[in-house]
Design a protein around this ligand. Structure first.
Ligand SMILES: [Zn+2]
Length: 387
């Protein structure tokens, strides 16, 4: 397959040849006027597909559902492709042990049944249950489900997940957490700090134990904090920590997104959606875990009848455009925050547009400051964003 588009880094038009059989990029070269491309053209950009390390559901599909089927997961995967996300970590949040284990098993089974799901879902993000029980830091996590760290329980989760829990978000201040983080890191799991009320020393201990990312920094926190000595400032200043941001304008105002990205620098910044089932759907009331959530016409997701945020309805397509507008970063840098940066955090193959790379690609237009994904090519197969 021959794909033509503007390289997302240089802006120069290139021809990308993809080996249909193995889905590998055979060549990236200046455009050959003698050859008509199978896909794309001089007006669209070409970039690696997006990787979302924090997503709870999409297109009405709830990942926190023990009865989740391969068809459900395939639908959510296909709908995310339309917005440029070609890979994602299924995120499982705090619940009773058996229910969480059943969720891991349901997704693992679907991955075994369908190669396209195995490819799209490199693994899981376990968010909780070893997080703060305090109102504010706990966010929307079910209060009776949060608990103290247990390496023994985590190993049972890992078993249900087929060893594919890649990222675990924890609160450093819980008793026994330093040891838990060390064990997780030794076992090859990336540790995130989130839903926490930790002090400076506790964050330093977590980082020394091997935590490498701040999970949705600025969210899952108290509404009011001491102006200097607080866990957001401490995590911003800790250069060994990457940070993930929900850059939707609701979870973080645009000026906070700008400050955070400037503090962390492009190379440590990762954009996530933290999307819940109503994302990618019309406004209405949807099931998410054990609650119902309401998607408002303005894009807010709330507990019905309340003003409290309960997950996001954004896409990485929107977040990339937002950080270009709000933080003054280039298109190339904004795309890195949803491709190579999260891949590096997880130890996955680099996501670059180069010969020999995986042809996990998207095409998009950039019009009036908005990104519109038009096509995706995954495993040598073409998917149009137009229904
Ligand atoms: Zn959260």
């Amino acid at each position: 397959m021959l794909i033509r588009g503007k390289h997302f880094v240089t802006g120069q038009v290139v021809d990308v040849r993809v080996n249909d059989a193995d889905g590998v990029i055979a060549d990236v070269a200046p455009p050959d006027p003698a050859c008509a491309p199978d896909l794309g053209g001089g007006n669209v950009f070409i970039a690696p597909g997006f990787l979302d390390i924090h997503i709870n559901g999409f297109a009405g599909v709830d990942f926190q559902n023990p009865a989740l089927t391969a068809d459900d997961l395939a639908r959510a995967t296909r709908e995310q492709l339309r917005h440029g996300t070609t890979q994602y970590l299924v995120t499982i949040v705090s619940e009773a042990h058996d229910r969480m284990a059943a969720c891991f098993r349901a997704v693992s089974l679907s991955r075994e049944e369908r190669p396209e799901l195995a490819r799209a879902i490199p693994g899981f993000h376990l968010e909780g249950p070893y997080i703060s029980a305090e109102d504010g830091p706990r966010g929307g996590h079910y209060v009776n489900a949060v608990r103290l760290p247990s390496w023994e329980e985590f190993q049972r989760f890992q078993e249900a997940a087929g060893g594919r829990i890649k990222l675990v978000t924890v609160a450093p201040e819980l008793p026994g957490m330093t040891r838990f983080i060390e064990q997780a890191v030794i076992s090859g799991v990336v540790v995130g700090i989130g839903h926490t009320a930790a002090n400076e020393q506790q964050i330093a201990d977590a980082v020394a134990a091997g935590a490498t990312v701040a999970t949705h920094l600025g969210n899952g926190s108290h509404a009011v904090l001491p102006r200097h000595a607080n866990y957001i400032q401490v995590q911003l200043a800790e250069d060994r920590l990457n940070a993930a941001f929900i850059a939707d304008g609701h979870h973080l105002p645009p000026y906070v997104v700008k400050n955070f990205i400037r503090a962390k620098g492009v190379v440590r910044s990762i954009l996530v959606t933290d999307a819940v089932p109503p994302a990618g759907m019309p406004p209405g009331v949807y099931r998410y875990g054990r609650v119902e959530v309401e998607a408002k016409p303005n894009g807010l997701i709330c507990l019905p009848g309340t003003p409290y945020l309960f997950g996001a309805a954004t896409t990485l397509e929107n977040c990339v455009a937002n950080v270009i507008a709000w933080a003054g970063v280039s298109l190339a840098d904004a795309v890195r925050m949803v491709t190579d940066n999260p891949a590096r955090l997880l130890g996955l193959a680099p996501r670059v547009l180069e010969k020999g790379g995986s042809a996990d690609l998207i095409l998009f237009a950039l019009e009036n400051g908005r990104l519109r994904v038009t096509d995706a090519v995954v495993g040598g197969q073409h998917f149009s964003s137009t229904p």
